[in-house]
Design a protein. Structure first.
Length: 674
């Protein structure tokens, strides 16, 4: 959903000021030194990082503003990793919440104030998300920012109000945050933010020994933090300022009010097996590799990406509705994350076939035009993400005759899932000791005391501490998964010879079918939907059907009737779910959950019910349906974060919407029998 951006101006010293709050984003005197003193030093981060025994450290902040605190923490972490490469701490997470994000141009202008941060500022500005509410995960590989530093910094930038974002963050039983930067405009200028509810959320999200620091010494803030469970000290303020506050959480008692929907495991895996060989497996491997962790990938076929991910060209865009339903939010956030991931991969020097040529959703009949009008009228999505075009603009965008209005997604395009899968796995292998094992069809999993033994069709076996099932259309065959979670749909896509009449096509066209610009003498034209058919033979009849769909949808154009085809193409099986949303998380222990939650229909508070029972060390990522290019990266990142016990890049309602046990929970709430 769109979010309102900040109105700012600059004073005579060049300091940015929020017009509505009449307050500065950083101090006129020396914002950088103040940030270092108040937030970094008063959380004692230099000393704590040196002694830290965990792999990750988590800072959380109220009010991202210009990102100055973030950039400074990033710079400090970079120096820490450079000067102490053997330190246990490798990955820094920085969670920040912003209700009124700066426009990208304002952010760029504000950060010119700090030439000493110019390189890092540029990276932030380039990656800065468009104003869509929700969590935007930005990942920074230290090796790319500076020589001799290994590690990563992850920024979870939540666009929304702290009052809504923090309660929706999953904290697990033991919390997630190690240091709080309690920033925000002065309490006198922004009293709505400084509430007891915020202080309580700070305590809920805090891990044991979590510290905090804030520039204010207001009495009610001090009392509120104390009441929430922090030990609060008045300390010397920065420069001429008399006081500020700092302190520590007194005691962490394990949370009781956890969701019964899922359980997050928190242990560093030693030996992770991923079953699959397509987009899901490759994205999982890359998310682990970015944190320096190896994986073993077991693929049934004699080559990677021979299933649904084997197509030469796939449309890359979010499937948005007029309303910001959970499904649409997942699509929007996933799309923006995926695009950042793909651009990063290219910047790292890995290549895959693609074209950032935009995607045009053609308004080819009255119903579609009405739906598109509704989406534009409701203004739930920023124009940078999706905007209306009239027939004249459509023709300009597409560079072919196309007398239809439509919706244009400028950051979309087409990507080859096959070469992308290879690029992600090559990057993972080059960064870590990740290995791909071909011709390894998993046929059985047996539980050991500390993990799993994997049994393959060729009679071989391997052990693993954790197993992730990412095997697309084969998921319903797995003994541990309920087949009712999945809907399999055969799809055939044509690779028509590049057409003279379409030589100028400059964007992907989507209607009832789709058509891409040419790549290596072929254009993708798709695709059929055949339910309950898992065979993957190429069918002439479906080729005709695909051509007919183009001609029928674009009946006002002449060129579709002249399309020539030599009936080359490929078919594979989409793995979807009954609600069309992807599925990512621990594999539920179905029978136990049925018993534990038999009384869900009574709608007692969440903490009345026990935690979700999950099969230990067994996870699933699948149900990517027709939008795997869009959803696989963020869903993989979510699952990896869950497995490691790190902060999660989706808020609670979206976690619920992608949880593997959501169908069971819905059934139990409605008291439906199987
Ligand atoms: C016709 C068609 C058109 C599509 N068009 C688009 C599009 O335009 N845009 C888009 O974003 N998405 C599109 N999709 C969807 C997209 O291709 C999928 O969402 C995505 O490829 C799924 O990736 P996956 O890794 O989950 O599954 P797959 O790519 O199917 O990979 C599954 C892997 O698991 C392995 N495997 C299976 N069983 C076992 C086992 N027992 N042991 C070991 N390995 C096993 C297989 O060898 C395979 O490598 C399309 C799909 C189809 C079918
Ligand atoms: C002083 S600025 C923060 C400066 C910032 N930490 C930096 O390093 O540049 C305060 C920020 O808090 C944001 N803010 C104010 N109220 C908020 C709320 N209720 N929820 C989230 N953000 C809020 C403002 O929009 C503003 O960007």
């Amino acid at each position: 959903m769109s979010i309102e951006t900040a109105k700012i101006h600059f004073n005579e010293l060049g300091t940015p000021i929020a017009s509505d709050f009449d307050d500065v984003y950083f101090s006129n005197a020396n914002g950088l030194e103040e940030s270092q003193y108040v937030f970094f030093d008063n959380n004692d981060l230099s000393a704590r990082w040196l002694q830290w025994q965990k792999n990750e450290f988590v800072i959380a902040e109220t009010g991202f503003g210009t990102g100055l605190n973030f950039l400074q923490s990033l710079q400090n972490f970079m120096h820490f990793r450079q000067s102490t490469p053997d330190a246990a701490l490798r990955n820094l997470y920085f969670i920040s919440v912003e209700k009124f994000p700066l426009k990208q141009t304002d952010l760029e202008a504000a950060l010119t104030h700090w030439p000493q941060l110019a390189d890092l500022s540029r990276v932030l500005v380039v990656n800065y998300p468009m104003p869509v509410s929700g969590c935007h995960r930005l990942q920074f590989d230290l090796a790319r920012l500076t020589d001799n530093a290994i590690g990563s910094v992850t920024l979870d930038l939540h666009f929304g109000d702290v009052a809504e974002v923090f309660p929706a963050l999953y904290a697990g039983r033991n919390g997630r945050v190690d240091a709080w930067y309690l920033d925000g405009f002065a309490p006198s200028k922004n009293p709505e933010m400084w509430t007891d509810a915020l202080f309580e959320q700070m305590a809920r999200l805090a891990r044991k020994d979590c510290t905090f620091a804030t520039f204010t010494a207001a009495g009610f803030v001090k009392r509120g933090l104390k009441a929430a469970g922090f030990e609060v000290e008045k300390r010397k303020g920065f420069g001429h300022k008399r006081d500020m506050l700092g302190g520590k959480l007194v005691e962490k008692s394990p949370a009781s009010n956890l969701s019964y929907r899922y359980r997050a495991v928190s242990q560093l895996p030693t030996d992770i097996a991923i079953i699959g060989g397509g987009l899901a497996a490759a994205n999982l491997a890359w998310s682990f590799a970015q944190r320096g962790l190896n994986t073993q990938i077991y693929c049934a076929d004699n080559a990677l990406a021979t299933g649904a991910s084997g197509n030469a060209q796939g449309g890359f865009y979010p499937q948005l509705n007029a309303d910001a339903s959970p499904g649409s939010q997942i699509q929007a956030l996933s799309f923006l994350f995926a695009r950042r991931r793909y651009l990063d991969l290219l910047a790292l020097g890995y290549s895959f076939e693609h074209q950032w040529c935009g995607v045009l959703q053609v308004g080819f009949n009255d119903n579609v035009r009405l739906r598109q009008q509704n989406l534009t009228d409701k203004r739930n999505w920023p124009a940078e993400l999706i905007h209306a075009v009239d027939p004249q603009q459509s023709e300009q965008m597409a560079n072919v005759s196309l007398p239809y209005s439509g919706l244009f997604i400028p950051q979309g395009g087409w990507i080859s899932p096959k070469t992308l899968t290879h690029a992600l796995l090559t990057a993972s292998i080059q960064k870590t000791n990740t290995r791909v094992h071909l011709n390894k069809m998993l046929v059985q999993l047996t539980r050991r005391s500390d993990g799993w033994t994997l049994h393959f069709a060729d009679g071989s076996q391997s052990d693993a501490s954790q197993v992730i099932l990412a095997c697309g259309a084969q998921l319903p065959k797995n003994d541990f998964l309920d087949p009712q979670l999945f809907r399999l749909v055969r799809g055939q896509v044509e690779a028509i010879p590049a057409q003279q009449a379409l030589a100028g096509l400059t964007t992907v066209l989507c209607h009832k079918g789709y058509l891409t610009p040419a790549e290596q003498g072929r254009q993708a034209l798709g695709s059929t939907y055949v339910k309950q058919d898992e065979s993957c033979d190429y069918r002439h009849t479906e080729g005709e059907q695909n051509l007919a769909t183009q001609r029928k949808s674009l009946a006002d154009c002449e060129w579709p009737s002249a399309l020539e085809h030599d009936f080359v193409g490929r078919a594979s099986t989409r793995c979807s779910t009954p609600d069309h949303l992807p599925l990512s998380g621990g594999v539920p222990a179905w029978h136990t959950q049925r018993q534990l939650f038999a009384e869900l229909y009574k709608a007692r508070p969440d903490d009345y019910y026990p935690l979700a029972a999950e099969i230990p060390d067994l996870y699933v990522l699948g149900g990517l349906g027709s939008r795997g290019l869009t959803t696989a990266p963020l869903l993989a990142e979510l699952l990896v974060s869950q497995i490691l016990g790190h902060p999660l890049p989706l808020a609670q309602p979206l976690l619920d919407a992608t949880s593997p046990n959501r169908f069971l929970i819905r059934k139990l709430i409605r008291r439906e029998e199987d």
